[in-house]
Design a protein around this ligand. Structure first.
Ligand code: UD1
Length: 423
């Protein structure tokens, strides 16, 4: 089992380019199934979840390869509509196979997907949306079989603006007969990226980025070359890490408009941020200011995927801040680990009360999920002494070689296979 060993207390400095977005790339790779032919998807990050998606695509007969940041994907030899259960269990995004396979072949067999253990993570909204387009759904134990001779456009009202359900329904509706409207759709930038990709294939979609998406079904699509947007959560993690280490970092290839809620919060905490085109510059001197409260909510509000990282910054602030987690019910698993590093945090249901301390200290901790793991890296960079993080396979799902990212900015992080020598 691999571990990260971090020597903390070094201010991050330098310039780094932000890699492509995992959460945009995953549905876009699945959406390639909608059309027969050879696609090129550029700026795809070399991550564990992307590897699993490529394995899934190859398991149904696609020929997919990831090289030098691009995925070349030929979908003309698909022979199966059944996703192997072991691959379904490896990540939540395996569920993205449902909409496109159903739309293209009229049937799909999947299983309950796996993914980070951060809450119940149901798929009822995905299924309800596909049913509204005319699919029949058989659910037995873990198995889900969807069939539709023909998908027919309709009016779909999501009870909650689920990112994944919006994406699955969008992918299914592009080839449906007639028009579909998704009400209370998710507005995340990754949905806009999916719309742009589908429209580049020849789909007729408007409204992504607002809460009403309108799709006019088309009969045929054509393969294309497409470039994935930058990863806003990786950019956000680096911004927070710069702030907590008292550093000065320039991020290039970013979309600052995707990070407005974080930029607002960081500025209020007294972190200096300047923006120029796709460049974000972060400078931090002195202790961050505490804030009144932070509430995670669907985009454009503060993202749940940056909640654990911002908690590290607030743990080092000059006062008390409350953080309310409104998206996932079990997303405070990093709290116990941060406490081992000296953080002063109390949790009551979905609210964390964070009392800033002057310093965090290195400790042995465990990553419990992807973003919780990222927060521990951020805390380790800020902390005094050595931090050892176990279970880092979670972190590798969302950050391409996280130690190399931070070491390019002057950090001292080593990936070890064996137990590191005690220091
Ligand atoms: C996506 C992101 C994830 C991010 C999350 C919220 C990807 C690959 N992952 O996950 O990083 O943390 O958005 O921004 O893009 N829900 C239901 N029924 C459903 C679907 C969702 O009740 O059918 C609930 C979930 O349990 C959760 C909430 O809705 O409480 C949000 O989930 P959703 O927006 O669907 O997140 P994901 O698409 O899984």
């Amino acid at each position: 089992m691999e571990k990260l060993v971090i020597e903390g207390g070094i201010p991050l400095t330098g310039t780094i380019r932000i890699h492509g977005s995992k959460n945009a790339a995953l549905p876009i790779l699945a959406a390639c199934i909608l059309v027969d032919g050879k696609h090129t998807v550029d700026n795809v990050p070399d991550l564990l979840d992307i590897k699993v998606m490529i394995e899934i695509l190859n398991a149904i007969g696609c020929k997919a390869n990831h090289q030098d940041g691009s995925v070349i994907l030929d979908t003309s030899s698909i022979y199966s509509h059944h996703i192997p259960e072991d691959l379904m269990k490896q990540m939540r995004s395996s569920i993205f196979m449902m909409g496109p396979l159903l739309a293209r072949f009229g049937q799909v067999q999947v299983y309950q997907p796996g993914g980070c253990a951060i809450g119940e993570r149901k798929i009822d909204l995905h299924l309800k949306g596909l049913k509204s387009l005319g699919a029949t759904i058989e659910e037995t134990n873990n198995t889900i079989i969807c069939r539709a001779k023909k998908l027919i456009g309709g009016n779909i009202h999501l009870d909650f603006p689920s990112v994944g359900a919006t994406e699955n329904i969008l992918m299914a509706a592009v080839l449906a007969e007639g028009e579909t409207t998704i009400h209370q759709a998710a507005k995340e930038p990754e949905i806009v990226d999916l719309q742009n990709f589908l429209n580049a294939l020849g789909a007729k979609i408007t409204g992504a980025g607002t809460d009403t998406i309108h799709i006019v079904g088309v009969k045929q699509l054509t393969p294309c070359q497409y470039r994935i947007i930058p990863d806003r959560i990786v950019a956000g993690t680096l911004m927070i890490a710069t702030a907590v280490t008292g550093g000065n970092v320039e991020l290039t290839s970013t979309c600052p408009q995707h990070l407005e809620s974080l930029i607002h919060v960081l500025k209020k905490a007294d972190v200096q941020i300047t923006l120029k085109n796709d460049i974000i510059n972060i400078t931090s001197i002195g202790r961050p200011k505490s804030l009144d409260r932070i509430v995670t909510s669907p985009y454009p509000a503060f993202p749940t995927d940056l909640q654990s990282q911002i908690m590290v910054l607030l743990s080092l602030s000059d006062g008390i801040t409350t953080i309310k987690e409104k998206i996932f019910e079990q997303r405070f698993k990093h709290v116990d680990e941060l406490k081992k590093m000296g953080a002063d945090i109390q949790v009551n249901n979905n609210i964390a009360y964070v009392r800033g301390v002057p310093r965090l200290y290195g400790a042995s901790v465990k990553a419990t999920d992807l973003r919780a793991g990222a927060a521990l890296v951020v805390a380790g960079l800020a902390g005094k002494g050595t931090t050892i993080i176990e279970h880092i396979h979670h972190i590798d799902r969302g950050y391409v070689n996280i130690e190399s990212i931070f070491n390019q900015l002057g950090a001292n992080i080593t990936r070890c296979v064996e137990s590191p020598v005690s220091r």
